[in-house]
Design a protein around this ligand. Structure first.
Ligand SMILES: C[S@@+](CC[C@H](N)C(=O)[O-])C[C@H]1O[C@@H](n2cnc3c(N)ncnc32)[C@H](O)[C@@H]1O
Length: 271
């Protein structure tokens, strides 16, 4: 039986904040406990106070704990229909609106980008939709994550065959080089800028046309979700798009800030 001692849990959370600066108070408690319990089992201890002793003795355990908390599962074109919608509706609409305003700058943000599949998928779509006109635009896709290790991995843009198994053959051939691994071509890599960034404690990126924050908010409390929706609202240009994960949706006051473009695909537009 794993411990559910709330006092021990709060003390552990405070210790992690003090020692490593990671504030877990706004993550969903049930979900967080489930993850921490994985490390309790792995280190053979039975409760949170015992686990704090492990953390004190073995500083490397912090890294393992953080790896477990920030599950980095991701995939190229994760949820195909959502990406199809982005390719066929959002990008063309955005380009028309830029044309009307005579603007050539496009800024997008993949917040909680894990190993880079999400921002690179977006970059590939911009490249495909624009074709030869790509050089007429200045496209910046910012990609951030709290986990330094995944950011480093994402920058390398190298993927094992199983990580690209769902990618359409034509895209694979056009945008990746293959030598033992699949590596994205420079023309796509250079469209994406990676940076470590904590969504909870740091300011969001501003002047954006698209924010993709998919499969990240599910780990956060409702209160923090609302706070982040407000920040995203401020970070977006007027008419900018917010793309959430398939199981996420706007809640509370935030639903007054955006209008749904596709409820099914969880795509919203700043009012
Ligand atoms: C399940 S992955 C989602 C990856 C990608 N967005 C997708 O949908 O394929 C969740 C990511 O959120 C990141 N994350 C968790 N807490 C975060 C925080 N406070 N700030 C920024 N990123 C965070 C994790 O490190 C992880 O890489």
């Amino acid at each position: 039986m794993m411990p559910t001692n709330d006092q021990g849990f709060t003390v552990l959370r405070k210790r992690i904040l003090k020692e490593r600066g990671l504030d877990l108070s706004q993550y969903r408690e049930k979900c967080l406990k489930r993850r921490i319990d994985v490390r309790l089992r792995a280190t053979g201890v039975h409760n949170y106070p015992e686990y704090m002793v492990v953390l004190k003795k073995d500083p490397l355990e912090y890294e393992k704990l953080f790896d477990t908390i920030t599950i980095n599962v991701t995939d190229f074109f994760r949820d195909k229909s959502a990406y199809r919608f982005i390719e066929t509706r959002i990008i063309p609409e955005l380009l028309s609106s830029k044309k009307r305003k005579g603007m050539k700058i496009i800024r997008a943000w993949s917040a909680g980008c894990a190993g880079g599949a999400e921002p690179y998928s977006l970059a590939i779509f911009f490249h495909q939709v624009l074709g030869k006109r790509i050089g007429d635009y200045h496209i910046s896709i910012y990609a951030t994550d709290i986990d330094k290790k995944v950011i480093e991995k994402a920058k390398r843009a190298e993927y094992e065959a199983n990580a690209v198994s769902g990618v359409d053959g034509k895209i694979l051939k056009r945008y990746f080089n293959y030598h033992l691994k699949y590596t994205l071509k420079e023309e796509i890599k250079q469209m994406v800028r990676f940076k470590r960034h904590d969504l909870i404690s740091e300011k969001p990126i501003a002047h954006l046309d698209i924010i993709m924050c998919r499969n990240v908010l599910i780990y956060f409390s409702r209160h923090l979700q609302v706070k982040l929706f407000n920040r995203f609202y401020k970070g977006l240009n007027r008419g900018g798009y917010l793309v959430l994960g398939k199981t996420e949706s706007l809640n509370g006051v935030a639903s007054g800030l955006f209008k749904p473009i596709s409820i099914r695909e969880r795509i919203y537009q700043k009012i």
